[in-house]
Structures are given as C-alpha cells and as structure tokens.
Design a protein around this ligand. Sequence first.
Ligand code: ADP
Length: 640
Amino acid sequence: MEADLPLDAMLQFSFEFITVLLPDGKITYQSPSSELYLGYSPDEMIGTGIGDYIESCEYGCDPGAWESALAQACGPLHFEAIFRHAQGFPVFVECYTYLDTSQPERRLILHGRDVGEVKTLGSLLRERDHELARSDAELKALIIQHVSELEAGKRRVESILNNSSDAIILATPEGRICQTNASFDQLFGYLPDQMYDQPLILTIVPEQWRAFSSALRAATERGQRSRLDVQACRINGDNFDADVAIAPLPHDPDAGIVVSLRDISERKQMENALRENERRFRGLFESSNDAVFIISLDHIILAANPRAVDLLGYPIEEIVGSPARRFTITEEGESEERLLALQLSGTVPIYERRFRRANGEIRHTEINIAIISDAGGTPLHIQSIVHDITARKLIENELRQSLAREQELGILRARFVSIVSHEFRTPLATIQTTSDALRYYWDKMNPEQIEARFNKIEAQIKHMVMLLEDVLTFGQVQSNTLTAKRTPINLDEFCQVVLDDLRGINAASAVMYECSDPAVEVLADKKLLRQIITNLVTNARKYSPNGSPVHVRLSQTGTAAVIEFADQGIGIPEEDQTHLFEAFHRASNTGHISGTGLGLAITKHAVELHNGTIAVKSAVGVGSTFTITLPIKTIQGIDP
Ligand code: ADP
C-alpha cells in the first residue's frame, strides 16, 4: 500500500468509500470501508479491476471512459453508480472522480458515498407521494362524483318541483314564502318570485287563515303533517277549491315547511255533479212507479225501492240481502241466474216473470235489466226495473177467454143453425103433407081419418113447440139468465103427473114408475123440474126403438132425492159418454133418430141450478141409466 501516513490513518477510519485506480482500472488502493459497502476486504479488492464491482454507471465501468470525461469536464467528475454487494444486492454510491497527476503514473481517485438509504427514503417518499397523489386523485374523483350526484339530485328535485302539476311552496318556519315552483306561479297568476318573503297565508281566503295557520304551526312546532281543503286566492281575486298538504322539511324541521297545493275545483264540480246525479237518481228510484231492484252480479238484492217493497209485500230488511230468485216463480226450463247471465251478455231485451208476494198472491211483471258498469266498463251490478203487468194480464186473459167463448159461440151458432133448421124442417114437412092431404082428400075421408090427420099435425106442432122451448132455454143457459124459482114440491106426486102427461103424448112405449119414498120433498122450479123429467123420459123412449119399457124410480139416500131413468135401448158408446152433456153433441150411434143435442146440456144445467147432480151409466145394445140427485127439503129448509 502506497500512501502518506496521516492521510492513511484518516482513510482507515473514514466511512467514505475511497478507491485509487490505475488508468486500466486496476485497484491500487482500497479504503477499509469497502467491507461495509461491498462486503469485500481491501485486500480482496486490491489488484482486481473496478469493473468487477460496478453494475451500472452513467459513464460505464471503464476508468478510461471516466478519464476522458474528466478531461472534457476540466474538473472532478460527479456521477452515481450502482455497485454489486458480495451478497448480490445493489449498492447505490454517489461518486466523485479526480485525476491525480502528482505522481509520474497517472491515477484516478474515486471517492464514493453510500446513497442507498437516501435512495430508499427517496423511493419511499416518492411512493408516498404517488400514493398521496393517487388518493388525492381518488378524492377529487369522489368529490366530483358526489358534486355531480348532488347537482343531478338538485336538478332532479328542481325538475320535480318545476314539472309538478301541484303548486309547491317552500316557506320559512315563520310562514314566509322562500321558494315557489312554476305551477304555483301559473296557478295563482304570480310572476316568478313575486311572492318571495310574503306570508304564506295570503295564498288562501281570509276566512280560512285561522285553520291554515294552526296547520302551519303544527308542522313547524310539532313536525306534524296535515291535509286540508281550502279556498285558494288567485292574484286577480278569484277563488278556487284546493287540496293542501303541509309538511315540515324532512331532516331539518328548523329549515321550514313545504306546502303542496292542488287545484281540485274540477273534482269538486264533478263531486257536486255526482251528488246532484245521485240525488236525482235517488228521487227517481224512490218515486218510480215501477219496482226497481239493484242486484249484485251473484244475484243478491242490494237495494229495492218502495214500489218493489209494495210489489213483494215483504219488509225491506227481508228483501235486501236475499237472492233474487227467492221472490220469483221460475218458469219451466228457465233459471233466474241464466236469465241474468243472458241479460249481462245483452241477448234478452225484456222478459216476463211472475213474482210470489208474501201473502202468496201472484203478480205478473215485465223485467228490463240494465248493467251498471264502472268507468272502465267492468260490470258492477244489475239494475232491474220491474213493471207490474198483472192488470194487463188479467184483461188479456179475459180477452182470451171471451175470444174463446166467442169462437165457441160461433161454432155453436153454426151447429145450432144446421141442427135446428133440420129438426124444424121435418115436422114442418109432415104438417105440410098432412094438411095437403086434408085439403085434397077431405071429401074422401071419414071423420076418424080426418081426426087422425089433425092429431098428427097437433103432435108435430107440440114437438116444434118443445124444440123451440129447448132453444129458448138453451139461449138462457148461454146468457146465464136461466134462474130457478124454487117452491116445495112433493117429488112422488110431481113425477106421477109429468109421467101421465108423457104417457098421454106417446102411448107407444110404456113408462113404469116406482117410488120407495113417497114423502120426499124438494125445493125446485116446477117448470125446470118438468123439463128435466120430460127430457130424460123422452130420450129413453126415443133411443129405445124396440119399444122396450122405460123405468123411472124415485128414492132417497141421505139428504138427496134420487131419480133413475133406465131404458134397454141402443146405449151410448163409451167415447161419447164424456161429451153427452155438451151442447149439440150427439152420440155416433143415433143413426136416423132425430135430435138437436141440446136436451142433456139443458138438463145438466137445470139440475145444477138446484145444486143437484146428473150421471150416466150405459152400454151399447144394453141400455142406459141416467141418475139425478136433488137435495131434499129439510125442516130448516134450503135457501130458495
Ligand atoms: P138429442 O136431441 O140428440 O136427443 P140430447 O142432448 O137429449 O139430444 O142427447 C144427446 C145425445 O145423447 C143423443 O143424441 C144421444 O146420442 C145420446 N142419448 C141421450 N139419451 C140417450 C139414451 N137414453 N139412450 C141412448 N142414447 C142417448
């Protein structure tokens, strides 16, 4: 080692890194600090090339390059180099290089200082700076984002405020307006901000200031929200109905209140119109001449007007809540539900329905149904207007009956004309030929023959008179004017007289008479009773062409007198027996036996006028028995 001693001693203890190099880079001196810097002892390093320890340097690892750089710089060279520690990690060294020309052999002196720590601190600082810059940027981005969000929120709130169709007013806790939206200005007719700092109550009519103020106080003092209907005041003095909502500003009641005000004049008008409609409808409903029912879609009666209550005769409490079908008589093949369903589909215009009243009475009605729907067209319930047509139905029925009667009469008249004219023609023809014979052969006839002709004419006239009597009596039956003038009659005596008379008219067939109760008495019309007996005996004789006798038997059973008229004549076919008592009906087996078909109809009517009955038993070819019963005259008597 070649060095001055004091200097050498200094170098021994210096922390500086000092290396003396030959121009070719060989180390000729190395300070002891090399151990500290690079992990090599000076002895290990001396004689080795400096390039072995340098990793990178601005001027490279070659001392020749440093020398020429020194020459150019005309002074010491200052640069930073990265050395490699014996354990492989980099060591940052700040280097100063001098050219020592004091010796004959030129030498380069490298004076180094470890800047690794500074470097580390610097890089730490730089890292911190980066981090700070990064968080600063993040913070800025966050702030920008929040600010933009806040601005968006503010814009949103402003747009809500300004686009709201409600007038919105922000007011101080003292009730002074501090902000209004466009709808407020439009609704009240103010210019923007014209009402700034004005008392809020000026927006409504003075009569309502008290109520309005107390609602404002409730909001500011107790944080209460309230809602009220007011008369708001426009700038031009017009008033309008408004719905006002008052609330404290959220999160900060001291900040004031927010008032939202909506023009409800149109709604009020509609409500009034609705109320008016409802009043009118109620009037109509209550005073309608027709029964009106409001029925739910599941057919329960929801309401009924007074006329409906009259129609059904049930108390209203019993009607409302009952199913509609409870009061109606369901016609065969129909159901109330089906009809209502058809009505809902609009396929049944008006239909007839019978109702059963509480007292069992039946009312005929005509029903018109209307579906009540909501604004969207959804059916809500059914309105059923029920028109009582019972009176009309009765008249219709009467008309129908009288029409049927008229038709029946028409038929009767036709049958009458044909039968009666035929029945009259026969005796008239007999009278005509007999009187002709008398006229032309009078001289040739003896008195007996003449007498016989006159008797014949007389018999025909009697027959015609009987016929006429039947016709007249039938007329009375038809017009319901046949009456019975009843007097007490001993039936036995009466029958004998009438039968004697009949025997006198026609002695050809015998009439046998039996009586088991000679004392039996009835209250009867003599003329009618004679006609009854005469008809039945005449028929029995007429329909017994073989001349077999007729049996008349009088008896009494219980409270009735019974007279039987039995013959052994042609009998009556079974199918005719049920129609025998109808006017003009003649059995199919009468053949040429003359007759009008009136006798039995009159007889039945006359018997019934006496509260009696008539019945027939007959077999074709065997004979017939007609039986009449008449109530006997009791001691107390029967009403004449
Ligand atoms: P008619 O003038 O035809 O005898 P009636 O009314 O007295 O009319 O009798 C109705 C019908 O009843 C007769 O046409 C006849 O067919 C039947 N008839 C009534 N009485 C007898 C009877 N005794 N025997 C058989 N048929 C009878």
